[in-house]
Write a protein that binds this ligand. Sequence first.
Ligand SMILES: *Cc1c(COP(=O)(O)O)cnc(C)c1O
Length: 393
Amino acid sequence: MAKKDLRFNSLVVHGAGFKDQYNSANVPIYQTSTFAFEDADYGAKCFSGEVDGYIYTRLGNPTITALEKTVAALEGGYGSIATSSGMAAVTTIYMALLEKGAHIVSTDAVYGPSRGVMEEHFSRFGVESTYVDTSNIENIKNAIKPNTKVLFIETPSNPTMSITDLEKCSTIAKENGLIMVVDNTFSSPYLQNPIKYGADVVFHSMTKFLNGHADIVAGIIVAKEQNIYNKLKTMMINMGCNIDPHQSYLVLRGIKTLAIRIERAQENAMKIAEYLEKHPKIEWVKYPGLKSHPQYELAKKQMRGFGAMISFELKGGYEAGKILMNNVKVALLAVSLGGVETLIQHPASMTHSKMPRESRIKAGITDGLVRYSVGIEDVNDLIEDLEQALSKI
Ligand SMILES: *Cc1c(COP(=O)(O)O)cnc(C)c1O
């Protein structure tokens, strides 16, 4: 059986088929910036593309290739391009797929900088953008203009945990000739494969679930087809936002436990969401696994599990949230997510603080919203920690 045909839980462990002359059990770190050619003819063939040889690490490196092949297989895409960060993936996508006069329709509650870089910087180069609540498909239809080129979806969205219907988005994208891009960071390929529902491009901040150990920053873009893959790859190379071999090695190691990490984290998350929902000091909880979540049925349909991210609002808004965050002892008060350790943060003053308050509230990111990324600790420790911190409010 070819490695790429393995089932998901085996593929994460074995990877998509790396092989060297020593049959190394693990992918080694090819810590080299350049590769010597056997002779001038071979060098010329590498450059012309006649042979698939390595030239220079910004263009490709065996450790990086092993990671790219593995993630492409996990997402079911033609190929993937690893980048130095999740934001490098976002800017590579924007640069490759948009141009002066083009328009993008995006989820309003996307990752803060994905919106910030578009509104502050791409706008300077004449790219237009519209942000809507994509969990309501009608909003997308109404936002499309003759110059719309890209539909950019984040589901579940950050940090509101709204779910967007991937299949319906893909229908709209096809009808209007748009390239559909999905930020799949919150789910990881273990829970959701947007390409299966018609997405053209999927990307991840590998800083989060894929690596899973809060020790590196990296990103990856997966393309469904070769032509878009080539465009993205060329752009990444020219912008020079490649990942490095050592980071690639760490992500490959992290991916080996992706399945069991997420299984444990989402089991914990379900229990914590149920606990919070019953707590008298909590106004509301948004977790796709709760029946009270407005898109619970849709989450069940397009995701294989409900994930490890929870958002909730305390009665008493930001002030109460501050007391909670200052008193938790097991969860770390930190941005980021998707690691083995539980993190808590306050989007209005942290990750989404650069967003104008009005747009932030409109996108559902209220002043008192708290985001909780559930780790793989003993769930009783996490609940007791929340209990003692909530009692201080
Ligand atoms: C973290 C994150 C990003 C950006 O990734 P970096 O690795 O921090 O550059 C993009 N999208 C989502 C949903 C994220 O959580």
